[in-house]
Design a protein around this ligand. Structure first.
Ligand code: FAD
Length: 308
C-alpha cells in the first residue's frame, strides 16, 4: 500500500509525486502517458522562470525530476475504477486487470480538448491549429485567426485574441452565441471581430507547413465559404478525464472533480489537482502548484489519521 498514490503523470501528478516523496513516504504514480498534455505541446513560453521550452523537453525533465526520488512510476497504466475500504484505504483498479492501493490518493488525470474532427485539424495541430489562447495567442500577433465556438470560452478567447492579433473571425455552429450576454456585448463592440453563426467548420486549409485558411458551410443556405487566415483556435470544450470516477466522488455536470482550496475531494483521503478539477485556468504552472498543494494535504491527512 502506498502512502500517497498519484493517478496521472502530467505536471500536476509530477509535482504531487515530488512533494510526497520529499516527505519520505511511500509514493507511487500510475499514469497512462507520463508527461500528459505537455507531450502534445510545442513551444511553451509561460512556464515562469523558463523563458522558452518545448513540450517533449519539459515532459522529459518532469520525469527525470520525479526519478530523482524514490517514486514507483507505473507507466501505461489506466485507472478504470476507484473504491474505498472501511479502513479508508483507496483502491484504483487498472485496465490491465491489476489494482493499486493508497492510504491517500491524488487524482491528476488532466483533461483533453474536444476536437472538431475535420480534415486538416490534426495535420496542422501546433502549426496554426491551437487550443489554448493564454498559451499560443502571442504567437499570432498581427495575424488573422478564427475562434471556433461561441460559448463562454470561445467568446472570452475571441475578446482576448482581438487585443493581440489583426483580426478574429468567430465561428459558431448554432444560430446564436451561447456566451453570457456581457461577453457578447463586449465582443460585438470590438472593431476587428467578425461573428459568423449557423456555420459548420468543415476543413482547415494549409500549404503543407502552416494553416492558410478554413472552410465553413452555411447551415442555413448550405453553401461553403472560405476564410483566409493564419490560425484557428478550437474552443468547443475541455473534457476532464474523469469518466471512470462517475458515481464515486463529487463531479460537476461537466465532469470536473470538485475540490476545496486544499485540494480535498468529497472522499476523505482522496485529493485532486490540475486540469481534471474545478480549479479555473488550465495551465502548467497552475497544475503544478495544485499538485504540490494536494500532496501536502495528503501528507497532512496521513499524520492526522495514522496511529502513532
Ligand atoms: P495532463 O497534462 O492532462 O496530464 C494528465 C495525466 O493523467 C497524463 O499522464 C495522462 O496520461 C494521465 N491519465 C489520464 N487519464 C488517466 C487514467 N484514467 N488513469 C491513469 N492516468 C490517466 N499550458 C501552459 O501553461 N502553457 C502552454 O504553452 C500550454 N500549451 C498547451 C498546448 C496544447 C496543445 C495543449 C493541449 C495544452 C497546453 N497547455 C499549456 C495546457 C497544459 O498542458 C495543461 O494545463 C497541463 O498539462 C495540465 O496538467 P495536468 O497534470 O492537470 O493534466
Amino acid at each position: 500500500v502506498f502512502d500517497v498514490l498519484v493517478v496521472g503523470g502530467g505536471p500536476a501528478g509530477a509535482a504531487a509525486a515530488i512533494y510526497a516523496a520529499r516527505k519520505g513516504i511511500r509514493t507511487g504514480v500510475a499514469s497512462e502517458r507520463f508527461g500528459g498534455q505537455v507531450l502534445d505541446t510545442m513551444s511553451i513560453e509561460n512556464f515562469i522562470s523558463v523563458p522558452e521550452t518545448e513540450g517533449p523537453r519539459l515532459a522529459a525533465q518532469l520525469e527525470a525530476h520525479v526519478r530523482q526520488y524514490d517514486v514507483d512510476i507505473m507507466n501505461l497504466q489506466r485507472g478504470t475504477a476507484l473504491s474505498q475500504d472501511a479502513d479508508g484505504v483507496t483502491t484504483i483498479e487498472l485496465e490491465s486487470g491489476a489494482s493499486v492501493r493508497g492510504r491517500t490518493v491524488v487524482l491528476a488525470t488532466g483533461a483533453r480538448w474536444r476536437q472538431m474532427g475535420v480534415p486538416g485539424e490534426d495535420q496542422y495541430r501546433n502549426k496554426g491549429v491551437a487550443y489554448c489562447p493564454h498559451c499560443d495567442g502571442p504567437l499570432f500577433k498581427g495575424k488573422r485567426v478564427a475562434v471556433i465556438g461561441g460559448g463562454n470560452s470561445g467568446v472570452e478567447a475571441a475578446i482576448d485574441l482581438a487585443g493581440l492579433v489583426a483580426h478574429v473571425t468567430l465561428v459558431e455552429f448554432d444560430g446564436q452565441l451561447r456566451a453570457d450576454e456581457v461577453l457578447q456585448r463586449k465582443l460585438r463592440s470590438l472593431p476587428n471581430v467578425r461573428i459568423i453563426t449557423s456555420a459548420q467548420t468543415t476543413e482547415v486549409l494549409g500549404d503543407g507547413k502552416r494553416v492558410t485558411g478554413l472552410v465553413y458551410r452555411d447551415r442555413a443556405g448550405g453553401d461553403s465559404h472560405r476564410v483566409e487566415l493564419e490560425g484557428v483556435f478550437v474552443q468547443i470544450g475541455l473534457l476532464p478525464n474523469t469518466e471512470w470516477l462517475k458515481g464515486t466522488l463529487e463531479l460537476t455536470p461537466r465532469g470536473e472533480i470538485v475540490v476545496d482550496d486544499a485540494g480535498r475531494t468529497s472522499l476523505p483521503g482522496v485529493f485532486a489537482a490540475g486540469d481534471a478539477t474545478t480549479v479555473p485556468y488550465k495551465q502548467i504552472v497552475i497544475a503544478m502548484g495544485e499538485g504540490a498543494k494536494a500532496a501536502l494535504s495528503a501528507f497532512d491527512h496521513l499524520i492526522r489519521t495514522s496511529s502513532p
